[in-house]
Design a protein around this ligand. Structure first.
Ligand SMILES: *Cc1c(COP(=O)(O)O)cnc(C)c1O
Length: 366
């Protein structure tokens, strides 16, 4: 596959946009340390390239394999396993590869105790559940967990973290409640002033929760996508990093009444010019994207018509001038935010980005 001449569909990744987004986020959380979340292959952008491009203080991933790939590629900065390890064997590998771990449950502390030695000393991110109710210690068990970790030779430093459930909705009362629970739990631990705290994801940074913690953990905003439906990415100073680009591979004029594609789902109400574009659900364009979802053809918005198929989409370009074979198409990215396309597909930008499939070449530009 790699020897093939590149086909029409590609994910063009802008390093300049990446760095600009990191700078915008750092400006939003002055003085905070920055953990760049590059799980799920950097939300589909390529984790190794992300780690090389982004001057973050640490990187966060969700799976051991993701972390090992980064280490094998020569990434030497701190890497955090954000769900911790899933077995004692994973813990051994994590320690060997000098990974830092989240600890969210007592079974993970059992494993640390069983493997304790001073030869590999790591940062442990102790996770408190403040209302997400997914991972993390309940506040009444936090002190005991903290004390156990303090006794371990392999623990070089303990940081206290939590994760917000509703920071993307500014008016949601749960955010304030979570912040208060975190503050109360932290004060009960009587932490020394050097103990680092971490709360904010991308949305948290923009609601100001981030500044309460010494470490921010941003993912989606790094990729230039707004973390909240209430906020516009460009107004936040964020630029889309990925443009999913393709080309027109066929053109067809159809008479009124003709249908297009599988299931004859869409019927032309007028004589229409239909562009066939390389890119389908096998590339990560959601099959349930409905008729009228926007696509940029020659920089002009045109409606998707007919079902997304495995390798192609069809677009009504009757009103777009100068369309020919090879005309450039943007499925999302510059000029057409992935947030907007995701909204049509009934999902969020996160999902569209991390589902861009492996057969789509990533092309990096400065
Ligand atoms: C994925 C993740 C993040 C990043 O969230 P974004 O909304 O993409 O900024 C932060 N913290 C934790 C624990 C995560 O799992």
């Amino acid at each position: 596959m790699s020897a093939a001449v590149p086909g029409p569909i590609r994910a063009v990744i802008s390093r300049a946009a990446w760095q600009q987004n990191l700078a915008a986020l750092r400006a939003q959380a002055p003085g905070a340390k920055f953990l760049a979340v590059i799980k799920a292959d950097a939300y589909g952008h390529g984790a190794v390239q992300a780690a090389r491009c982004l001057d973050a203080d640490a990187f966060g991933v969700a799976r051991l394999g993701e972390a090992l790939t980064l280490r094998e590629a020569g990434v030497s900065k701190p890497i955090v396993l954000m769900e911790g390890v899933f077995s004692p064997l994973e813990l051994q590998q994590a320690l060997q590869s000098e990974l830092d771990v989240v600890v969210h449950s007592s079974h993970q502390i059992d494993w640390l105790e069983q493997h304790d030695s001073s030869t590999s000393r790591r940062v442990v991110w102790l996770k408190l559940n403040t209302g997400m109710n997914r991972l993390g210690f309940p506040s009444e068990l936090l002190a005991a967990a903290y004390a156990r970790l303090q006794r371990l030779a392999c623990v070089a430093e303990i940081r206290l973290m939590t994760h917000l459930a509703t920071a993307d909705e500014t008016a949601h009362p749960l955010t304030a409640l979570q912040l208060e629970r975190f503050a109360v739990a932290a004060s009960r631990l009587e932490l020394d002033s050097a103990t680092a705290l971490s709360i904010g994801n991308s949305a948290g940074i923009f609601v100001g929760a981030a500044t309460q913690g010494a470490w921010v953990r941003a993912g989606i905003a790094l990729y230039g996508v707004s973390p909240s439906r209430e906020l516009d990415a460009l107004q936040l100073g964020l630029l889309p990093v990925m443009s999913l680009e393709s080309e027109v591979i066929a053109l067809r004029d159809v008479a009124a009444g003709e249908s297009i594609g599988y299931g004859a789902q869409w019927q032309a109400r007028r004589a229409s010019r239909i562009a066939v574009i390389a890119g389908g659900y096998a590339d990560g364009i959601p099959r349930h994207l409905p008729n009228d979802a926007p696509v940029l053809v020659n920089g002009i918005r045109a409606p998707l018509v007919g079902r997304v198929s495995m390798d192609m989409i069809t677009v009504d370009v009757t009103d777009v001038p100068d369309v020919s074979i090879g005309t450039s198409v943007i499925v999302w990215g510059r000029g057409l935010a992935v947030e907007e396309v995701a909204e049509h597909a009934g999902t969020i930008g996160y999902e569209l980005l991390c589902r861009v499939s492996a057969r789509v070449p990533r092309v990096y530009c400065d």
